[in-house]
Design a protein around this ligand. Structure first.
Ligand SMILES: Nc1ncnc2c1ncn2[C@@H]1O[C@H](COP(=O)(O)OP(=O)(O)O)[C@@H](O)[C@H]1O
Ligand SMILES: [Mg+2]
Length: 332
């Protein structure tokens, strides 16, 4: 296959995406595919082979069979690039427009999980406009029922950018909300979850969706912040996780439920807080970090799928989906 791998992008996760994309290119090359590297600049322009691309709707992308958008965060993992790829009429790895947008938005994602009875931490949301209208006092009142510490986050970000852990209401809370609102118009304030962090990889091919064995995120830092995620040694993945077999089964079941409820495609990494038998969904990443040492790939490697085979299967899954959708359109 000839695969276009997209890297970079407009979000705060630009650098992380470049590393993911380089790994995906190496993995696909090792699996025998021809690679077209496309780099998206921080201001959103697309370059390949030193030249800037001009895209034509309906005409595909540089004659590629499939696109692997190894992009994280806004303008990459949130449905925008997916919409562009739909307009180009080219198959691409990962969730479509609606699922990508939904999973990028922690407030809407939680709303859907709540409606489906999926367990999660208690939370409140706050817009910039609401903060300006009600001031700090209204924010303090809003979050009063939530169990401390609080986690204050931009609704649509990733890599822990803009997230603060807050022990007390007051000035500290106000600063944390301002920090989150620097990245988005909408912030979410969550009750702190007890227990450990556990992540689970989902792969969905033509034969259906499968959840990997979960892995435990072990960190020295106070929480899994940007440094812990990307500094060497900042995080250790513990396999198997220190949770009971029944909690592990619950993690896998909820990972697949979240994946189906959101209408995801091909892949996702679903993250949890586990305390004894209590399993809470934290979030679903439609395009998680994608180096061979990233959690998504390592969980599959532990299940016997090496990195090149994993990226190869994802491209094949994307192509098969596109062909099925084309057949449905033709018969519709
Ligand atoms: N409600 C919470 N309780 C405990 N820890 C949390 C909570 N929310 C976030 N965290 C910590 O912050 C990290 C980043 O939060 P997360 O919601 O996963 O944001 P991101 O999308 O940036 O990864 C988590 O991995 C965890 O360590
Ligand atoms: Mg996370």
């Amino acid at each position: 296959m000839r695969v276009a791998v997209l890297g970079g992008g407009r979000s705060a996760e630009h650098e992380v995406s470049l590393v993911s994309a380089a790994s995906v290119r190496d993995g696909l090359a090792a699996a025998g595919h021809a690679i077209v590297a496309i780099e998206i600049t921080r201001d959103g322009r697309w370059f390949s082979d030193g030249g800037e691309l001009a895209l034509t709707p309906g005409s595909g992308l540089l004659d590629c069979d499939v696109v692997f958008p190894a992009l994280h965060g806004p303008y990459g993992e949130d449905g925008t690039v997916q919409g562009l790829l739909e307009c180009l009429d080219v198959p691409y790895v990962g969730s479509g427009v609606a699922a990508s947008a939904l999973c990028m938005d922690k407030v809407r994602f939680k709303g859907l999980m709540d409606a489906a009875g999926v367990p999660q931490v208690d939370s409140r949301s706050l817009t910039r406009r609401e903060l300006e209208a009600g001031g700090a006092a209204a924010a303090i009142e809003l979050v009063a029922p939530l169990h401390r510490p609080l986690f204050v986050k931009p609704a649509r970000m990733g890599s822990s950018v803009g997230i603060s852990k807050v022990e007390e209401s007051g000035l500290e809370l106000h600063h944390a909300i301002e920090a989150a609102l620097a990245h988005d118009e909408l912030a979410i304030i969550e009750a702190g979850a007890p227990g450990i962090e556990v992540e689970c990889s989902v792969f969905a091919g033509p034969d259906g969706a499968r959840a990997s064995q979960p892995g435990e995120i072990v960190i020295e830092a106070d929480f899994y912040d940007y440094e812990a995620k990307y500094e060497p040694g900042g995080m250790t993945l513990r396999l198997p996780p220190r949770i009971s077999p029944s909690a592990a089964a619950t993690v896998q079941r909820l990972a697949l439920s979240a994946f189906e409820l959101c209408g995801c495609a091909d892949l996702a990494r679903v993250d949890f807080f586990v305390d004894g038998e209590t399993v809470l969904v934290n979030e679903l990443n439609t395009m998680p970090g994608f180096t061979p040492t990233s959690v998504y790939a390592r969980l599959w490697e532990a299940d016997g799928i090496p990195y090149p085979a994993l990226v190869d299967r994802l491209c094949r899954a994307a192509l098969a989906r596109f062909e099925r959708a084309g057949a449905a359109r033709a018969h519709g």
